[in-house]
Design a protein around this ligand. Structure first.
Ligand SMILES: [Zn+2]
Length: 375
């Protein structure tokens, strides 16, 4: 027993044309094969509702159906053939009425349903550039002015409707499947899916009506970026012809080598060389940091290999919380040549109690310090 067409669409016998249309639209969206791949039940509902709509949306057919029921379309009477054997082609061709002409015939472009337009907007290609940053720029964040050659729409270019896809931006292809004929749509390759073609263009524009233009684009780079990271500046890639959307500008981060500082995650390392006498007597030394120079105190009797941690003098976390530290590695510079007098002095110190190594617990070994740093 065939289901009642009004029941299929979930409407009353007295439903208005607008109500019928609305009900079918809802069903078509719900059971569309693109949304329900390999779902035979959904496809059945999709076909049933299309069939119901085909009859109920036509005042003649609807009157006949109201009088005679399904018998009106069973082949012997009524319309001959009728709605009983609609294929996917017929169903999709209905969409022109339901979803606006831009969608007419194109089953694949499902994304167009909600948005209203239905037409695929061509997107310009992305542009990729690299930007080299100093550690100081990375630590503080920076706004870079970057010169980019991008394609933009040439002034004076006019457009006309694409003659291949008639402005829909899509070409359809019908394939036979076990479930019946299925229609798939792909972007029109004549107009690139925009539905538009160049009508007139200036002589210096390319076939898409675009010209290369050098622009200076300001890119805000947040603090804490890492080598290899890619930032996106939306809409600053190549423009697309007609009503298309511009591509994006993708900015790849590179880190310049620093003269004094080495980066390790958010921490920085600095090798400080002090003289033998500075190690013995203590000293005040100037350290290069990413936010300027700072002066640090070196206690007398400092051991070579000691690591001083300057908290918060590293790189801010890209996630926005916390900052790394600056780790100052103390290296005591041992003189390579000595005057006679100096040599005599150190010879006298051989075996002297003060010159004999006597590491305390606090003078951790190198390995313990490394362990400390990463814990
Ligand atoms: Zn086209």
């Amino acid at each position: 027993m065939k289901e009642d067409f009004y029941d299929v669409l979930g409407i009353s016998k007295g439903a208005s044309a607008a109500e019928i249309k609305k009900a079918y639209r809802k069903m078509a969206i719900k059971y569309h094969p693109d949304k329900n791949p390999d779902d035979a039940k959904a496809e059945d509902m999709f076909k049933k509702s299309a069939e119901a709509y085909e009859v109920l949306s036509d005042p003649d057919k609807r009157a006949r159906y109201d009088q005679m029921g399904h018998a009106a379309f069973d082949g012997s009477g009524g319309f001959g053939g009728g709605a009983g054997n609609m294929n996917m082609d017929d169903i999709f061709s209905q969409f022109g009425d339901i979803f606006g002409s831009a969608f007419g015939g194109g089953g694949g472009g499902f994304g167009g349903f909600g948005g209203g337009g239905g037409q695929r907007r061509a997107k310009g290609s992305n542009l990729r550039i690299r930007v080299k940053l100093t550690l100081e720029e990375i630590a503080n964040g920076v706004e870079k002015k970057i010169k980019v050659k991008r394609k933009v729409q040439a002034a004076g270019t006019t457009y006309k409707t694409c003659s291949t896809c008639h402005g829909t931006g899509q070409v359809t292809r019908v394939t036979n499947t076990i479930l019946g004929r299925m229609q798939t749509a792909s972007p029109c390759n004549v107009c690139g899916g925009s539905g538009q073609m160049i009508d007139k263009r200036p002589s210096d524009a390319d076939s898409q009506g675009l010209i290369l233009k050098e622009e200076t684009i300001s890119v805000k780079i947040p603090a804490g970026v890492v080598e290899g990271m890619q930032l996106k500046v939306s809409g600053k890639g190549n423009e697309a012809p007609g009503n298309g959307i511009a591509g994006d500008l993708l900015v790849a981060i590179e880190e310049k080598e620093h003269e004094f500082l080495q980066r390790e995650g958010d921490n920085l390392h600095y090798d400080l060389y002090i003289s033998y006498s500075e190690a013995v007597l203590g000293a005040s030394k100037e350290i290069q940091t990413v936010t300027g120079k700072v002066r640090i105190k070196i206690d007398s009797g400092v051991q070579s290999g000691k690591i001083l941690r300057l908290r918060g003098k590293g790189i801010p976390s890209i996630n926005g919380y916390g900052k790394g530290d600056l780790l100052v590695h103390v290296n005591v510079w041992t003189p390579k040549t000595l005057s006679k007098e100096q040599k005599d002095f150190f010879e006298r110190m051989q075996g002297d109690e003060n010159f004999t190594p006597n590491p305390e617990k606090s003078d951790k070994s190198f390995f313990e310090k490394v362990k400390d740093m990463f814990s």
